[in-house]
Design a protein around this ligand. Structure first.
Ligand code: SF4
Length: 321
C-alpha cells in the first residue's frame, strides 16, 4: 500500500492554435502508491481531464503539447517512450473510464465482442478461453454472462457503464483513470457503480485516479485528494486532511461552503463569486486572487509557493511562515 508507482513532476500542458495558447496545466506534481485512490477535484476547465489525457498520452494531436515535466510510471518516464510502447501500456497497464458510456462503446459490436477484443488485443487470454473469460469478467461487474451477445443499446445507462468498467478491467490494469465516471447516471445508479468500482479496486488492488467535481464522490472513494484551480494543484492531502477543519486554501473553503450540509441551518448556499480565469490570459500572482476574500497586495504580484503543512500542501501566501 506504500509503494509509489506513479509520480508526476512539474507537468505543464498547453493547447496551441494559430490564434491562442491555452495554459491548461501549469506545473503540477503528485504521486500515487499501489492500491491508492487519488481524487482530482475542481471546476470545469481546472485542468483535470488534461492531466488524465497527459498520463494516457492521448492529448489531441497537433494542439496538445506537454511543455515540461515528467510522468514516471513504474520507474519509466512515459514522456520518453515511443508510440508502440505507449499503445501497450494503454489498456494493459493503465485504463481510462470516460464520463459517457455511449461514447466509449461501439454500437455495432456486442458487449461480449468488445470485452473479448480488449482481452485479445493485450494477449490476456488464449483464443479458446476468451469466451469463458468474457463471461467471468461480466459476472465480476454484476452483468449476467448470458447477456454477452447483446448490443450496448439493449443496456440501461448504469449497465452500460458496468460494461465500460468490464472493458477497463479486462486486462487487469495497475491503474484506472476514471474521468467523471458517474456524471451521466442518476443518483441511485451512481451509488451502485461507485460501490462496484470500490469493491473491484480493493479485490484487485488496482490504483485509481478519480476525476470529479463532486466532493461527495471523493469522500466515498478516495484516500488522497488534489484540488485543482486554473491548471494548478492549490491544495492536496489525505482525505482526512481535506475534509477536516483547520487550515485550508480559500478556494477549498469556498468549495465546501457551496455544497449543502445536513446539520447546517443556512437557507442559502454560498457560491464562490466570479468565474475561473481565462486560461489564455491567466492573472498575474495568485490565479485565484480576483475571487479571493483574503486577497492581499502581494497576491496580485507574486505567485504563491507550495507550503507543506504535515501531510498537506497549500499554494497560498496566507501559509507563508
Ligand atoms: Fe487568496 Fe492570496 Fe491565498 Fe491567493 S495567495 S488564495 S489571493 S490569500
Amino acid at each position: 500500500m506504500s509503494e509509489k508507482f506513479l509520480e508526476i513532476k512539474d507537468l505543464a500542458v498547453t493547447y496551441e492554435t494559430d490564434e491562442e495558447n491555452v495554459n491548461a496545466v501549469n506545473s503540477i506534481s503528485f504521486s500515487l502508491n499501489k492500491g491508492e485512490t487519488l481524487g482530482i477535484v475542481g471546476e470545469t476547465g481546472a485542468g483535470k481531464t488534461t492531466t488524465a489525457l497527459s498520463i494516457m498520452q492521448l492529448l489531441p494531436k497537433e494542439v496538445g503539447k506537454i511543455k515540461n515535466g515528467s510522468i514516471i510510471f513504474n520507474d519509466e518516464n512515459l514522456l520518453e517512450k515511443n508510440s508502440h510502447y505507449l499503445r501497450q501500456i494503454r489498456g494493459e497497464k493503465i485504463s481510462m473510464i470516460f464520463q459517457d458510456p455511449m461514447t466509449s462503446l461501439n454500437p455495432v459490436l456486442t458487449v461480449g465482442e468488445q470485452i473479448g477484443e480488449a482481452l485479445e488485443l493485450h494477449n490476456k487470454a488464449k483464443k479458446e478461453n476468451i469466451n469463458q473469460r468474457v463471461g467471468e469478467i461480466m459476472e465480476l461487474v454484476g452483468i449476467p454472462a448470458a447477456r454477452k451477445s447483446e448490443y450496448p443499446h439493449q443496456f440501461s445507462g448504469g449497465m452500460k457503464q458496468r460494461v465500460v468498467i468490464a472493458i477497463a478491467l479486462a486486462c487487469e490494469p495497475e491503474l484506472i483513470i476514471a474521468d467523471e465516471p458517474t456524471t451521466a447516471l442518476d443518483v441511485t445508479i451512481q451509488a451502485q457503480v461507485l460501490d462496484l468500482m470500490d469493491e473491484l479496486k480493493n479485490t484487485l488492488n488496482t490504483s485509481m485516479i478519480m476525476i470529479t467535481h463532486d466532493l461527495g464522490i471523493v469522500a466515498q472513494t478516495c484516500d488522497k485528494v488534489a484540488i485543482m484551480y486554473a491548471g494548478e494543484i492549490i491544495e492536496s492531502g489525505t482525505l482526512e486532511d481535506i475534509f477536516s477543519e483547520g487550515n485550508h486554501h480559500p478556494y477549498t473553503v469556498g468549495l465546501f461552503n457551496s455544497i449543502p450540509k445536513l446539520n447546517d441551518k443556512k437557507t442559502r448556499l454560498e457560491p464562490i463569486d466570479g468565474l475561473m480565469p481565462d486560461p489564455t490570459n491567466l492573472p498575474k500572482g495568485c490565479k485565484f486572487h480576483p475571487r479571493c476574500l483574503h486577497c492581499m497586495k502581494k497576491c496580485k504580484m507574486e505567485e504563491p509557493k507550495v507550503y507543506k503543512k504535515g501531510t498537506k500542501t497549500i499554494r497560498c501566501h496566507l501559509y507563508d511562515n
